[in-house]
Design a binder for this molecule. Structure first.
Ligand SMILES: [Zn+2]
Length: 198
């Protein structure tokens, strides 16, 4: 098993590959043609990467901090691209995350903000839970004055099936601390997000 928190290894890699083989047989009857022969193995191998978030230690990630030397402004990492998988249909969804916080004493290495996005995105997910999960982790492990997460994503299950809308983008946000309590820091964050990229 890939490492779902708190679960035992009840399904082996071999059993998972056989399950994929069954799905291929559901589609085509015989799944032995050349192009499909190694597909079950390839699918399960690719899951190690696509679902690597189950193995990430988010606490360790966000506790890799530095002295902020009195910096008390907004730290914003925007346009963090991510890919995730919808838990309802196993369809991909992808987009951009913007992650911000206002430090108290400690600042976190900037790549860690990108990695915390992937730690949540690389699981079976919905966009709301990713958004909330990143904000909750920032609050729990970094303990900033405030944190904010805004995610814009396009969903495979909207594009390829059901209502078949190609260009719809879903936006979600989670505001914590001063970003939730006060209009000024929230407005400053929105202005930073609207400013032109370099
Ligand atoms: Zn879906």
């Amino acid at each position: 098993m890939l490492g779902m928190e708190g679960s035992d290894d009840v399904v082996t890699k071999n059993q998972a590959e056989n399950a994929v083989k069954t799905l291929l047989e559901y589609l085509e009857g015989d799944a032995q043609r050349e192009g499909l022969k190694k597909t079950p193995q390839r699918v399960i191998d690719s899951w190690d990467e696509i679902f690597s978030g189950y193995k990430e230690d988010r606490e360790e990630l966000l506790q890799s901090t530095f002295n902020g030397e009195g910096y008390d402004g907004i730290v914003l990492l925007r346009d963090i691209e991510f890919h995730s998988t919808c838990e309802h249909h196993l369809q991909p969804f992808s987009g951009r995350a913007h992650v911000a916080y206002i430090p108290i004493d400690r600042i976190v290495g900037i790549s860690k903000l990108a990695r915390i996005v992937d730690a949540h995105a690389h699981r079976l997910q919905n966009q709301e839970r990713i958004t909330k999960g990143i904000a909750d982790d920032l609050e729990t492990y970094l303990k900033p004055l405030g944190s904010a997460v805004i995610i814009e994503a396009s969903h495979g299950c909207m594009r390829c099936r059901g209502v078949k809308k190609q260009n719809s983008v879903m936006t979600t946000s989670a505001m914590r601390g001063v970003f939730f309590d006060k209009a000024e820091p929230r407005q400053e964050l929105m202005q930073l997000l609207q400013s032109r990229p370099l």
